[in-house]
Design a protein around this ligand. Structure first.
Ligand SMILES: Cc1ncc(COP(=O)(O)O)c(C=O)c1O
Length: 431
């Protein structure tokens, strides 16, 4: 029997009267899949229940943070204990140093760290620091990489290898955007050309070292290494935005997998375990200029909030257990291989990839290495697949340009069920 989403529709209609578009973050509105969002009532482990009591196997995982599964009992316990001790003090706690140490143990490029409340804040702040440190204004970012919604980062590339920044949203002053240079992902030649054009002007190059915000896109061989040497040559700081990939593709992030040492790193999502917590950090000489040890101002009423920090600490402890990542990789790999096999069997154009507990797929018969290629994927096919999966109880990101996430709570049976459903949905040909 077809699922009904009547209650969600009612709640959405109500929310639309109160909140722009009915949601507090645009992707939640399901616009990319021509539908209305489901409203969530509760979640446990790998499962979600919506307002109509439909159950789903969840591969969104709150867009990444839910790596140990929803409402993990150990996490819920520390959150309750922390809350009982006071929800927020606006004063330092030893928990913050504990979390700093836990992060640095796994990400050695981070010698000092500052906790903030969102990935947007982390990326915005790290660029202020980079500009102050280098005394330069321009930044390089990549087309299709998302670093939060601060003015200077809300810039897309025009067509061609590189353009001057054009604001992606009304309200972003063109002056702010004009210092943001955009280049196609995986195009080292275009980056080199940009450096040649502005040899002494680029403060920082910021990148999702594995992209999750154009779908899942991996760096081609030599790309990250090439960026590292160009940045060193031109005195530009290399910033890895690992808000999504940090503690998600593996404990040390992409930088560990590819053995590249960025100057600065942004983290978020998993380090807060689902609470509003993010961070930026890196070389001690750079971080030392952040206030109050240095002149670069950055602050936050709720930064290092004890409930959020406790949640992050417990999450990192759970994922540091010896079998956690091998098990996560095994499950994600089974999922991705199974999807590929079904697509092949049913003759669908399909490419898929994963790292750790993060995966993505495109209805595209060629490998996707940048945003332009990602946009050439078959969107109608994605929509059909998405709704077929929803009807059968599998919740995927409602956009072809987002990654998916597997958690420690996903059992082998969840993966098998998902693959059987995917095979049935693909069998119809998705036309
Ligand atoms: C790579 C990356 N950077 C930054 C952000 C912004 O983080 P937040 O949504 O916490 O502001 C995101 C959010 O998805 C992200 O994926």
């Amino acid at each position: 029997m077809a699922r009904s989403w009547q209650e969600s529709k009612k709640l959405f209609t109500d929310a639309c009267q109160l909140i722009p578009g009915g949601v507090n973050s645009p992707v939640r509105a399901f616009k990319s899949v021509d539908g209305d969002p489901i409203f969530i009532k509760r979640a446990l482990g790998s499962r979600l229940w919506d307002a109509d009591n439909n159950e789903y196997i969840d591969y969104v995982g709150s867009w990444g943070p839910a790596i140990v599964g929803h409402a993990h009992s150990d996490v819920v316990k520390v959150i309750s204990q922390a809350a009982a001790n006071g929800i927020s003090f606006g004063a330092p706690t030893s928990l913050e140093s504990d979390l700093a140490r836990a992060v640095m143990t796994h990400v050695p490029s981070i010698e000092m760290i500052r906790f903030v409340s969102s990935g947007t804040e982390a990326c915005m702040s790290v660029l202020r620091v980079a500009r102050a440190f280098t005394k330069r204004n321009r930044i390089i970012k990549f087309e299709g990489c998302y670093h939060g919604h601060s003015d200077m980062l809300l810039v897309k590339a025009g067509s061609g290898a590189a353009t001057m920044g054009v604001p992606d949203s009304p309200g972003v002053p063109s002056g702010t955007a004009s210092d943001t240079l955009t280049v196609a992902y995986n195009d080292l030649g275009a980056v080199a050309a940009m450096f040649e054009r502005y040899p002494d002007e680029v403060a920082a190059l910021i990148i999702e070292p594995i992209v999750g915000n154009s779908g899942f896109i991996r760096p081609v061989s030599g790309f990250l290494e090439g960026l590292r040497s160009l940045c060193t040559k031109f005195g530009t700081l290399l910033i890895f935005d690992e808000v999504m990939t940090g503690f998600r593709v593996g404990l040390g992030g992409v930088q560990k997998i590819y053995d590249i040492c960025p100057d600065l790193t942004c983290l978020g999502k998993v380090i807060g375990g689902g609470m509003p917590l993010a961070a930026y950090g890196g070389r001690r000489d750079i971080m030392a200029i952040v206030a109050p040890s240095g002149p670069v101002y950055q602050a936050g009423t709720l930064s290092g909030n004890p409930v959020a920090v406790s949640c992050g600490l417990k999450t990192l402890e759970l994922i540091s257990q010896r079998n956690f990542f091998p098990d996560l990789v095994r499950k994600t790999s089974t999922l991705v291989e199974g999807l590929r096999a079904s697509a092949k069997k049913h003759n669908l154009p399909f490419s898929a990839d994963f790292e750790g507990g993060m995966f993505g797929f495109f209805f595209n018969d060629k490998p996707v290495t940048n945003f332009t290629q990602a946009k050439m994927s078959n969107t109608p096919m994605f929509k059909k697949f998405f709704w077929g999966m929803m009807q059968n109880g599998v919740y995927l990101a409602p956009s072809p340009f987002e990654a998916g996430f597997v958690s420690g709570a996903h059992g082998d049976l969840d993966i098998q069920n998902t693959l059987e459903i995917a095979d049935r949905v693909m069998k119809g040909g998705l036309v």
